[in-house]
Write a protein that binds this ligand. Structure first.
Ligand SMILES: *Cc1c(COP(=O)(O)O)cnc(C)c1O
Length: 412
């Protein structure tokens, strides 16, 4: 690598100052937060945006003529444009504000219930979060469409040859996560999308787990739908976005009826508002949307290449250190991975390990991670999952390793 193309190193110590929570103690130990795949921590900059909203311009949007309402509307629509620019959507009205990934997926699944018929096929991957499985099962039940599964291999990678065999002119929709929250696998979404499009199928990518690490470009991917949650990328819970290509969003019927999504209402007939309002019934999470915009500003000020490169260092370091442990089994060894490590230690229950780590101030996740089919594939009830963010450090990994070794001694 030449000097000029080298990725700038991030200044972790300065960044950590932005996250007050990282200074607290848990059970008498300094908190080590390794549950970033479940939700990321919130920097001061995002909290400031929330306080500013409630302190200065809390009002309902799109309706009022008064100053507060107009300020709130402007800020909310600016946030939509930040999201549009971040994901490089062609139009701001292709960004639908949602309550999160789950909402976005349900919106699309509900819309397709009027477009699918018995005999149609929809494809899901073997490594999905329940929120990218259950809405499609409900859709399949309603329409008679058949749900088929793209299998994965022992390393936790999708088998693309099998995918090519599954896809046909009966396939109407393919939905795959960009990154698996249970395994960390980065899926080859561009290839998946191209193969689907050749067969005439649309594609929804669940970007919830990718968005904190990878800046997706929806136009370059040529994806039909892309969904994320703000809380995985340093924003608040209860807000997210659905990107949909304009032609698709025009084709899909509205999801919920209510205020804001209509053009005219009478008891005889209601006509719907244009995009994006057609899909945004009711008063939205105004403050949350604005804070989502602030979270994107914050992450972009650090830089996604910088974040990815630093987190990869943490991933490599933690992986090699974990392998020091006898009986260690890591699930998910794909070539392309984000900083998520799912593991078990032979003979021990993940829950016991997680509980002892918590006693030493370390937050990891244990269980099936809302991905039971992945656990079934490996024939395990669950794993311990450590997931890192750009504000974690190698020193924290060292402390985690000592605590883990202590926990294993107590359990073995
Ligand atoms: C977190 C996550 C979801 C669910 O996100 P919500 O914010 O709970 O709607 C879906 N898919 C993946 C891959 C995730 O990591």
């Amino acid at each position: 690598m030449s000097q000029s193309t080298q990725v700038r190193k991030i200044d972790v110590e300065t960044i950590r100052q932005d996250f007050p929570i990282l200074g607290r103690e848990v059970n008498g130990y300094p908190l080590i937060y390794f549950d970033n795949a479940a939700t990321a921590q919130t920097p001061k900059q995002v909290m400031d945006a929330i306080v500013d909203y409630y302190s200065n311009y809390n009002a309902n949007i799109h309706r009022g003529v008064h100053a507060l309402s107009q300020e709130a509307t402007d800020k909310y629509e600016q946030a939509r444009i930040k999201i549009q620019q971040h994901f490089n959507a062609e139009h701001a009205h292709e960004i639908i504000m949602t309550s999160g990934t789950t909402h976005g997926i349900n919106l699309v699944a509900n819309g397709f219930s009027s477009l699918l018929k018995s005999g149609d096929e929809i494809l899901v991957s073997a490594m999905e979060h329940h929120s990218n499985i259950v809405p499609w099962q409900m859709l399949a039940e309603k329409t008679g469409a058949k749900l088929k599964v793209i299998p994965m291999n022992e390393k936790g990678e999708l088998i693309l040859d099998e995918y090519r065999n599954l896809i046909s002119d009966r396939t109407k929709l393919v939905f795959v996560n960009h990154v698996s929250n249970a395994l960390g696998t980065v899926n080859p979404v561009k290839e998946i999308i191209d193969i689907a499009h050749e067969a005439g199928a649309a594609v929804l990518i669940d970007g919830a787990q990718a968005s904190p690490h990878i800046k997706a470009d929806v136009q370059e991917l040529d994806v039909d739908f892309y969904v994320v949650s703000a809380h995985k990328m340093c924003g608040p819970t209860g807000v997210g976005m659905l990107y949909g290509k304009q032609e698709w969003l025009e084709k899909l019927p509205p999801y919920q009826g209510g205020g804001e999504m209509i053009a005219t209402v009478s008891f005889e007939k209601t006509t719907y508002a244009g995009l994006p309002h057609k899909f945004e019934a009711g008063t939205p999470n105004i403050c949350g949307g604005i804070a989502f915009g602030a979270a994107l500003d914050y992450m972009n000020s650090i830089g996604f290449e910088e974040i990815a490169s630093y987190e990869d260092e943490l991933l490599q370091y933690a992986t090699s250190r974990l392998k020091e442990i006898e009986g260690m089994k890591i699930y998910g060894e794909a070539e392309e991975k984000t900083a998520v490590i799912s593991f078990n230690v032979e003979g021990l229950h993940p829950y016991d390990i997680g509980t002892l780590l918590d006693k030493m101030g370390i937050a990891v996740r244990t269980g099936h991670h809302c991905a039971q089919p992945v656990m079934d594939f490996f024939k395990i009830p669950g794993t311990v999952r450590a997931s890192f963010a750009f504000y974690n450090t190698k020193e924290e990994i060292d402390t985690f390793m000592e605590a883990l070794k202590k926990a294993l001694m107590m359990l073995q």
